[in-house]
Ligand binder design. Structure first.
Ligand code: BES
Ligand code: ZN
Ligand code: ZN
Length: 501
């Protein structure tokens, strides 16, 4: 498949030849209130006429094709609705760009020219808008092609156009950043979509090495089973012991070229397949469990473009890659594991395995003396029950860190919502025979999981836990640029968060 070229140029829409010219319209109540497109003068008011006839109100996602009959070099105009002007967000722009491309593609288009729908507002400036368009276009066109024979032919170029040279300059920067954000997200999608027999713990190690290859700013350390034993990583080893595949801890370090003022640790859950272990999952729940390494995939996705994004912060990406399987060697319900911190944990349910790998990974991460730690994990079905499939639950011991992450997530359009680390629920994790048990009661499962992790974090260490169990994998299309499958959720939030230092 020819990759689509994405660019921005100064130019005149009326003189540009292309298959589809994309224009955008805000919602209007009455046809008479509609503002005319400048291009429509050359088109003898054709756009206005067709929009009126077809009752095109510019609703969000509404589109209409108009043949230009040789009045301008563009063969067709595609008008895309943006909804109400006062409700316009970057998210609308992502979706509108993705919609434009997908509709244009359905009529075998090669070249698309598009205006930049809005150029001069504070948040909706040319850079941010071009970035959002780029993300919508790239993420919307993503497919996981590894096992498909037939590759589709598509659009070869998408050119954004403005008459204003300053806008073009800003949009160029936006495109570069949008390409990187998308690339990181698609890297994570590929990892998450790959079935577990091709995405074993060792394959995640290879992914980290692949990212670091040829990049002077990134180093990778890998710890095998022997080293994990020496470290006392009883949780990681305990979960891994039922699987044929050996566990690994991966520690990636990004150092910016200048002197970094801050050090951040990003920790990902990396269970390459979660069968539940001896507390075996029912078949329906197991179907998508190749996604249980999505936390690590998001960290890897961010690292895959971190050198080019070049945030001014030292970043440590850490994950423990394991597979959770039942076997004669697997941990049993009732077994007691000793964490790296020396705390003992009674494993009452082997399906609550993510927290067992994370307890050691958090301990290890803390030893790197970061200024803050963020972990990402497909940790609980309970979080999906609480917030649904599109929203990540964020639990944190630090209000400033929470706000920083929430701001980043809002800007990139990845939904997150804070959940409490309720102290009084700690009692639910008390064990009869060990320091703790790995499951809470019947209710509040996302919170007891968060509280479990908190036991392994120094109270003075700013830390946030992101339960991405819902949004990591889309069981159906979520929106026009987030289709069924692994979503790469949180990669763009992480990149935006890192840039804010
Ligand atoms: N990986 C699952 C959580 C999950 C559920 C991720 C749905 C993605 C989508 C996790 O390891 C798990 O099995 N959690 C259990 C915990 C329970 C046994 C306390 C759960 O949520 O049921
Ligand atoms: Zn599980
Ligand atoms: Zn799991």
């Amino acid at each position: 498949m020819d990759p689509m070229e994405l660019s921005v140029r100064k130019g005149n829409l009326e003189q540009e030849s292309c298959d589809v010219l994309v224009l955008y319209a805000f919602h209007i109540k009455k046809e008479s209130k509609r503002a005319a497109f400048p291009t429509d003068t050359t088109l003898d008011g054709l756009l206005m006429k067709v929009m009126d006839e077809e009752r095109f109100h510019g609703d969000c996602g509404q589109t209409i094709f108009v043949r230009t009959e040789g009045l301008i070099p563009a063969k067709r105009v595609l008008v895309v609705g943006l909804g109400k002007k006062e409700e316009l967000t970057l998210e609308t722009i992502r979706e509108a760009a993705a919609a434009a491309l997908q509709i244009a593609r359905s009529i075998k288009t090669k070249k698309i020219v598009s205006i930049i729908p809005i150029e001069n507002e504070e948040l909706l400036n040319a850079k941010n808008v071009a970035q959002a368009m780029t993300e919508g276009l790239r993420l919307g066109a993503y497919t996981f092609g590894r096992y498909k024979k037939q590759k589709k032919n598509g659009v070869t170029s998408f050119v954004m156009m403005s008459a204003d040279a300053k806008v073009v300059g800003l949009a160029k920067k936006g495109i570069v950043q949008g390409e990187l954000y998308s690339k990181g997200t698609m890297f994570a999608r590929d990892l998450g979509n790959t079935p577990a027999h091709h995405m074993r713990p060792i394959d995640l190690v290879d992914a980290a090495k692949y990212i670091a290859k040829g990049k002077s700013s990134i180093t990778v350390r890998v710890f095998g089973k022997d080293r994990l034993e020496k470290m006392g990583a009883g949780g990681i080893l305990g979960v891994a012991q039922g699987s044929e595949h050996a566990p690994y801890m991966v520690h990636m370090i990004y150092k910016p070229s200048g002197r970094a003022k801050k050090r951040v640790a990003l920790i990902g859950k990396a269970v390459t397949f979660d069968s539940g272990g001896l507390s075996l999952k029912p078949a329906d729940y197991m179907m998508t469990m190749k996604i249980d390494m999505a936390g690590a995939a998001s960290v890897l996705g961010a690292f895959s473009v971190i050198e080019e994004i070049a945030p001014n912060v030292e970043v440590h990406g850490i994950f423990a890659a394991v597979e959770n399987m039942p076997s004669g060697k697997a941990i049993r319900p009732g077994d007691v594991l000793v964490a790296m911190s020396k705390k003992t944990v009674e494993v009452l349910n082997t399906d609550a395995e993510g927290r067992l790998t994370l307890m050691d990974t958090l301990c290890y991460a803390q030893k790197q003396k970061p200024d803050c730690m963020v972990d990402l994990a497909t940790l609980t079905g309970a979080c999906v029950v609480a917030l649904g499939e599109e929203i990540t639950g964020i639990m944190s011991n630090n209000e400033v860190l929470t706000q920083k992450i929430l701001e980043a997530s809002a800007l990139v359009g990845e939904k997150m919502w804070e959940l409490p680390l309720e102290k009084s629920y700690k009692k639910l994790l008390k064990s009869h025979i060990a320091d703790m048990q790995n499951i809470g009661g019947r209710y509040g499962g996302a919170l007891t999981a968060g509280l479990f992790l908190q036991e392994f974090v120094d109270p003075k260490m700013p830390w946030a836990h992101l339960d991405i169990a819902g949004p990591a994998f889309a069981e159906r299309d979520i929106n026009i640029y987030t289709k069924k499958g692994a979503t790469g959720h949180a990669v763009r939030t992480l990149l935006e968060f890192l840039r804010s230092f």
